[in-house]
Design a protein around this ligand. Structure first.
Ligand SMILES: Nc1ncnc2c1ncn2[C@@H]1O[C@H](COP(=O)(O)OP(=O)(O)OP(=O)(O)O)[C@@H](O)[C@H]1O
Ligand SMILES: [Mg+2]
Length: 331
């Protein structure tokens, strides 16, 4: 990871307390461009800049997650200043970017990890910017030595990108004799051997991740960035629903919105199953789209209008009581 970012001549990022704004600007005057010898040297904008703006917009579009957006801005600022420092002969230094994402299901952890991977690639921190998402079963083997082999294999695949381990706390579940420990040891070694070549993100429920980090005194300092992904409020979940509907080119009337809000509140109040936040909303919207399609096909040969094709009605919003693949909070 070179930690080098070239000053942009097209993108201006402004930050306020709640969001990061990416503003595309026209090319800057020559004096400002002089700070970036590479773009002057080649006489054209750096190829990653448009891409960078797109990625930042993807992040900005996500509802809430203000602290995640702020962290990304901090990293961006640091890398950009490191680039400027290097140009005047100052040491750029290296930062450790391994992270822990703590939060319940459907709070955006995987989505943010994907965006961070792309961002780091664009900023020159990672060479490839891909995300390899794994869980315990992918790392842990069945006999002595098998785990180290499997884990090393996955680290190899993640070089240049991010290795994202979901429910990472389960690696420490079985105690000293469990092969999970071998996976942790192998990962810690790989972090030294392949320093700055890949980023490790561990994800899982908050309490379990805190306990997990305490199992090995060397772990917390290896993951200097710890991000909380809190449960979304009902209002935020409604915003997510509206975003999903808009992206898919559907519309909701006020009564439908009310029904969706009701369904979200009911589900959030169910104690026996873990509430899956934005994933619940996505399932609800996708089921509503299927119900909408079936309703339109049952209109006895009447050709649906453009409005019909877009409008999800209250009767379309119904979810099977037990959505598939809901996992209990504690097993
Ligand atoms: N803040 C957000 N704004 C818009 N959509 C979101 C937001 N957070 C999550 N989503 C959407 O919700 C769905 C689930 O998100 P994601 O897979 O990132 O959650 P997760 O925290 O990784 O869940 P899990 O712990 O179960 O793996 C995705 O479709 C994602 O796009
Ligand atoms: Mg996930």
């Amino acid at each position: 990871m070179s930690g080098r970012v070239q000053p942009s001549d097209q993108i201006q990022i402004t930050k306020n307390a709640r969001q990061i704004n990416v503003v595309l600007r026209s090319p800057e005057p020559a004096a400002a461009l002089a700070a970036d010898p590479e773009s002057l040297f080649h006489g054209k904008p750096l190829s990653h800049q448009g891409h960078f703006g797109e990625i930042m917009k993807d992040l900005d579009r996500m509802v809430g997650l203000d602290h995640v957006k702020e962290l990304v801005f901090e990293i961006y600022a640091l890398l950009r200043i490191a680039g400027l420092r290097a140009e005047v002969g100052l040491t750029a230094g290296h930062q450790v970017y391994h992270m822990v994402f703590k939060g319940n299901p459907g709070t955006g952890k995987t989505s943010v990890a994907r965006i961070v991977a792309k961002l780091f690639q664009t900023m020159g921190v990672l060479t490839k910017g891909h995300l390899i998402e794994v869980e315990r079963a992918d790392l842990v083997g069945e006999y002595i030595g098998h785990t180290a082999l499997k884990t090393r294999e996955l680290v190899k695949k993640a070089i240049g990108g991010i290795l994202f381990i979901d429910e990472a706390y389960s690696l420490a579940r079985g105690g000293e004799k469990d092969f999970g420990k071998e996976a942790i040891d192998t990962l810690v070694k790989a972090m030294e051997d392949h320093k700055n070549q890949f980023i490790l993100i561990l994800a899982g429920y908050s309490d379990e991740m805190d306990q997990f980090l305490q199992t090995n005194p060397g772990l917390p300092s290896r993951f200097p960035i710890q991000l909380d992904f809190p449960d979304y409020t009902v209002d935020q979940l409604m915003q997510i629903a509206e975003l999903m509907v808009k992206e898919r080119e559907y519309t909701l009337g006020p009564t439908t919105e009310l029904k969706i809000r009701q369904q979200i509140m009911n589900e959030k109040n169910q104690l026996e199953i873990a509430f899956s936040n934005a994933r619940f909303v996505r399932n609800l919207i996708e089921k509503a789209m299927r119900n909408h399609a079936v309703r339109l096909l049952s209109m006895n040969g009447v050709q649906p209008s453009r409005q019909d094709l877009m409008m999800i009605r209250p009767e379309d919003v119904k979810l099977d009581r037990k959505p598939a693949k809901e996992t209990p909070r504690y097993i």
